[in-house]
Design a protein around this ligand. Structure first.
Ligand code: AMP
Length: 114
């Protein structure tokens, strides 16, 4: 059996997190190491390790994650703008192998991203 990820432990109630949203499909928590004044993580309850392993059957779920990201960005008053990021694989900067959508805001974002 593979070890649970940090996000699975949070969703199973085994680790604390600052949770802003919880529905049948996903949760939203504050990132413990924020890279912007607002840094949220939208995490599906289904274990999809990374977006490159998503499949057609995940289409509705993946759309839901973006709509929840938009909802929490509005609730966090990021009306000036925000950035959505999905890191995929080692070169993409992924560190937790459970798909999550970063929502960053509250400062001016640069381009290109690092
Ligand atoms: P990534 O590098 O895209 O896989 O993103 C993983 C994110 O999870 C990082 O931004 C971490 O700061 C964040 N993270 C790690 N552990 C926790 C935790 N216990 N609670 C909240 N966020 C976490």
């Amino acid at each position: 059996m593979t070890d649970k990820t940090i996000f699975q432990k949070i969703m199973d109630g085994e680790m604390d997190a600052d949770m802003l949203h919880d529905d049948e499909e996903c949760v939203v928590i504050r990132d413990v190491n924020p890279q912007a004044p607002t840094h949220l993580l939208v995490i599906p309850k289904k274990l999809i390790p990374r977006i490159s392993e998503g499949s057609q059957e995940d289409q509705t779920l993946l759309g839901h994650l973006l709509l929840v990201a938009k909802k929490v960005a509005r609730e966090e008053e990021l009306a000036e703008g925000f950035r959505i990021v999905v890191n995929n694989g080692p070169a993409g900067g992924e560190s937790v192998p459970h798909l999550h959508v970063h929502v960053l805001g509250g400062r001016q974002m640069g381009w290109p991203p690092g």
